[in-house]
Design a protein around this ligand. Structure first.
Ligand SMILES: [Ca+2]
Ligand SMILES: [Ca+2]
Length: 286
């Protein structure tokens, strides 16, 4: 162990490219093996393999695998595992993101607390599965969460009110209709069936009732995520637009609409949090 550490430090300090000897073939920094640069995968759950760095081999280190949207560096997934022998391989349990060029990289930390990082390279998953419909509004709810204390206090708790064209109206405080109140940081996930694409300007519109309240939007190619941030706390006064270019996503079918008001419950209203009426695709795929 002492010998390996000495070799590692000499290797890192003297030259960044080749190994310092001792254990043979390990490089000074982790080398990305698979997926190769520019690869187009035929699966949503590819294996990722890295050649371990010298001094960061099995029993010596942990590796964190990072997946981001390549053009924006927005987080998609990450996982930390113990180093394997010479190489470290992982597979994320769920799908990664379709509809964007992704980047992957690793960082490793050894038992001394030293850190090394790989470079970064890009890959893609298969195309997004988009349904054939010209209806631009949300079709079904695939996820919903509101903090219990907000849910208990709010009057408007039916997530299906976000489906279809905007239809909210009524009068305060208890005669409203047509929206769901998300409480403090709550969210509703919707399947548009059709896909929104990154075209000119805004690509997705959210209808938000009652007053101007911030809304945060995430996008995905799968009903269970991963959810990638499009815009954080966009103030929504009746309606507001979101641009997939902000996320670096070219195409998305699922959206998570999250309260961005972030006001602790119970507040002094029965419509605490953003009040979501509808979600609309502005730029549909062909
Ligand atoms: Ca756009
Ligand atoms: Ca509605």
């Amino acid at each position: 162990m002492a010998l390996a550490i000495t070799v590692s430090l000499a290797g890192c300090g003297d030259d960044g490219g080749s190994n310092g000897g001792g254990t043979g073939t390990l490089p000074a920094t982790p080398a990305l093996l698979e997926p190769a640069a520019g690869a187009v995968m035929d699966t949503d759950t590819p294996f990722f393999t890295v050649r371990n760095a010298l001094g960061f081999d099995g029993g010596e280190a942990e590796y964190t695998f990072w997946i981001t949207v390549a053009s924006t560096d927005r987080a998609v997934e990450q996982v930390t595992v113990p180093a394997g022998r010479s190489t470290t391989t992982i597979q994320f349990p769920g799908p990664l993101l379709r509809g964007a060029t992704l980047a992957w990289s690793v960082t490793a930390v050894n038992t001394l607390g030293e850190k090394v990082a790989s470079g970064s390279t890009t890959f893609r998953l298969p195309p997004v599965e988009c349904g054939l419909t010209e209806d631009p509004y949300a079709k079904s709810v695939v996820g919903f969460w509101v903090p219990a204390v907000c849910f208990a206090n709010n009057l408007y708790n039916d997530p299906e009110e976000v489906l279809g064209p905007p239809d909210a109206g009524g009068s305060p405080p208890d005669q409203f209709f047509g929206f769901v109140s998300l409480g403090n940081g709550g969210f509703v996930d919707v399947d548009m069936v059709a896909c929104a694409v990154d075209g000119e300007g805004h690509d997705v519109r959210v209808y938000q009732e009652v007053s101007g309240e911030p809304v945060t939007l995430f996008a995905s190619s799968s009903p269970n995520g991963p959810w990638v941030l499009v815009e954080y706390r966009n103030t929504c006064r009746g309606r507001c637009g979101f641009d997939l270019a902000d996320a670096g996503i070219e195409e998305a079918r699922y959206f998570r609409v999250q309260d961005g008001e972030l006001f602790p419950c119970p507040g002094d209203t029965v419509t605490e949090g953003a009040d979501i009426d509808a979600v609309q695709i502005l730029n549909p795929s062909e």
